[in-house]
Design a protein around this ligand. Structure first.
Ligand code: MN
Length: 212
């Protein structure tokens, strides 16, 4: 059975300063992200044990917990790759064209994403996603790690809005964190994800064509 592994960061914990402190990165990656990986693996083992025992009473509960932990692992793994030291600026090429097409212009996209993050009640993420069902970019507001997202949509860029992502440094001023992160977006990574995802299709071309 495949188990999940905490990925190494491609930069030092302090490399994203001053925008994200090294202490936040150390805790966020080493403790929070690790907990989702460990939690997901434990749940896989519990599901296997349930099958071996023929004891299926709790598999629904385990499935819900697995979705939370695996999604936490996936989103954090993307978030680390979406960020880079001395990055930011604006995307170029086909990703830039797609953002203009689907959101009007880059500033509108930036404002929508930041506001989507800032208006989360409780814990969650704002995410730029490729909706493979209708073949367009969308911004989702994900609650916890896995609720209110779009089935069939592939996350390209994710912004962690849990308090653990910013509180040590920004306290209650989370909008300052959502502003600072624009100095860190690794657009090369986002563009590579877009290039892969845009070829995904849920075989619904007929639906899209009829709607067009
Ligand atoms: Mn987090």
């Amino acid at each position: 059975m495949t188990h999940y592994v905490l990925p190494d960061l491609e930069y030092d914990y302090g490399a994203l300063e001053p925008h994200i402190s090294g202490r936040i990165m150390e805790l966020h990656h080493g403790k929070h992200h690790r907990a989702y990986v460990d939690g997901a693996n434990k749940l896989l083992d519990q599901l296997q044990e349930a099958r071996q025992k023929g004891a299926y009473d709790n598999v629904g509960t385990l499935a819900r917990a697995l979705a939370f932990n695996v999604s936490g692992h996936v989103l954090h793994s993307l978030f680390w790759r979406n960020l880079a030291p001395k990055a930011g600026g604006r995307p170029t090429g086909e990703l830039a064209q797609a953002i203009d097409k689907h959101f009007g212009n880059f500033d509108a996209f930036k404002q929508q994403l930041s506001k989507t993050a800032a208006t989360i009640m409780g814990s969650g993420w704002a995410a730029l996603m490729w909706d493979s069902f209708s073949a367009q970019l969308v911004i989702a507001q994900i609650h916890d790690h896995q609720s209110s997202t779009l089935e069939g949509a592939v996350p390209l860029l994710v912004l962690d809005a849990w308090e653990h992502a910013f509180y040590l440094q920004y306290q209650n001023e989370k909008t300052k964190f959502f502003e600072a992160v624009w100095n860190l977006w690794n657009w090369n990574d986002v563009a590579a994800r877009f290039a892969d995802a845009r070829h995904l299709s849920l075989h619904v071309k007929n639906v899209a064509e009829r709607a067009a």
